[in-house]
Ligand binder design. Structure first.
Ligand SMILES: NC(=O)c1ccc[n+]([C@@H]2O[C@H](COP(=O)([O-])OP(=O)(O)OC[C@H]3O[C@@H](n4cnc5c(N)ncnc54)[C@H](OP(=O)(O)O)[C@@H]3O)[C@@H](O)[C@H]2O)c1
Length: 269
């Protein structure tokens, strides 16, 4: 991580009880950050906080459902109460969807994914912003490659990730004079359990992994590159070479990128 990320920095991480968020918390803990961890399951979250304390960090668990505005406000209030400042907000909490749009029975999943992935990030950022302006802090947003291109069976998920990109890219410009940086991360497949928890056909939790875990990026690498980019106040990270190529092709032969996207989902990698 760049030296710019100083020891003792206070970071709020959403979705910190598992996957990428938990690994970001571990890596920040090793750097001596002070951590405020958020997710819904209180037991798992407390376990994550205890692990971070074991790595030498100060860490508190604040059970939070980011789809509720009042809980996001409480999360940021608790961070300020505990540590008196806020340097970094990592908007990471998210759920996925693995179903064609015409396989949904109703619109409940649409509301749920939108409220967690997109609105949850906006709510946390809203309440954190005055504090981040004071410290000339950092905002990190974990989008996805589905935030850059269309992906079949991910319609609503991709829409929330496109929405995150639109919000955070715009906010970055607004915050230039305030010295608050905005780093948007676009991972491809990362080896976490997100697919098992994804919403499947009929709006039910999938409970299985249609993605080849061995072909996914290790979570440690994803977290490390995320923190390096945030430390260096980079605007974005597109995490795979295939995605960077896809974006160039999208401007020239967009239908070819549609085919690449369809094939990636069929192969699970
Ligand atoms: N893994 C990938 O392949 C991949 C690729 C691209 C982008 N991403 C993005 O990376 C982020 C993290 O994904 P992951 O793979 O690490 O997922 P994960 O392993 O399923 O972890 C998700 C985390 O988010 C929390 N969470 C879920 N709903 C929440 C809510 N309403 N409020 C607060 N916390 C909530 C979960 O805890 P609780 O359930 O206890 O709340 C958990 O801590 C997501 O935004 C995802 O879209 C992942």
């Amino acid at each position: 991580m760049k030296r710019d990320f100083q020891q003792g920095n206070v970071a709020v991480i959403t979705g910190a009880s598992a996957g990428i968020g938990l690994e970001v918390a571990r890596q920040l803990a090793r750097q001596g950050a002070r951590l405020v961890l958020a997710a819904r399951d209180p037991a798992l979250l407390e376990r994550a906080a205890a692990e971070c304390r074991g790595l030498g960090a100060s860490a508190i668990a604040v059970p939070t459902d980011v789809s509720h505005r009042s809980q996001c406000e409480h999360l940021i209030d608790r961070a300020i109460q505990e540590f008196g400042r806020l340097d970094t907000l990592v908007n990471n909490a998210g759920i996925s969807m693995h179903a064609r749009f015409d396989e949904l029975d109703d619109l409940e999943a649409v509301d749920r994914i939108t409220a967690i992935n997109y609105l949850g990030s906006v709510y946390c950022t809203f309440y954190a912003l005055p504090h981040l302006k004071r410290t000339r802090g950092r905002i990190v947003a974990i989008s996805s490659l589905t935030g850059l291109v269309g992906v079949p069976t991910r319609t609503i998920y991709a829409a929330t990730k496109h929405a995150m990109a639109g919000f955070f890219d715009s906010l970055r410009i607004e915050l230039k004079r305030d010295g608050v940086s905005v780093t948007v991360i676009y991972p491809g497949f990362v080896a976490t359990d997100i697919a098992e928890r994804a919403i499947g056909p009929g709006g039910k939790v999938l409970g299985r992994r249609p993605v080849a875990k061995h072909a996914a990026m290790p979570v440690e690498e994803c977290a490390r590159r995320t923190l390096e980019a945030a430390g260096g106040r980079k605007r974005e990270v597109i995490m795979t070479g295939r995605a960077r190529l896809g974006l160039i092709l999208k401007a020239i032969v967009p239908a070819a990128v549609d085919r690449m996207s369809e094939r990636a989902i069929q192969r699970g990698r």
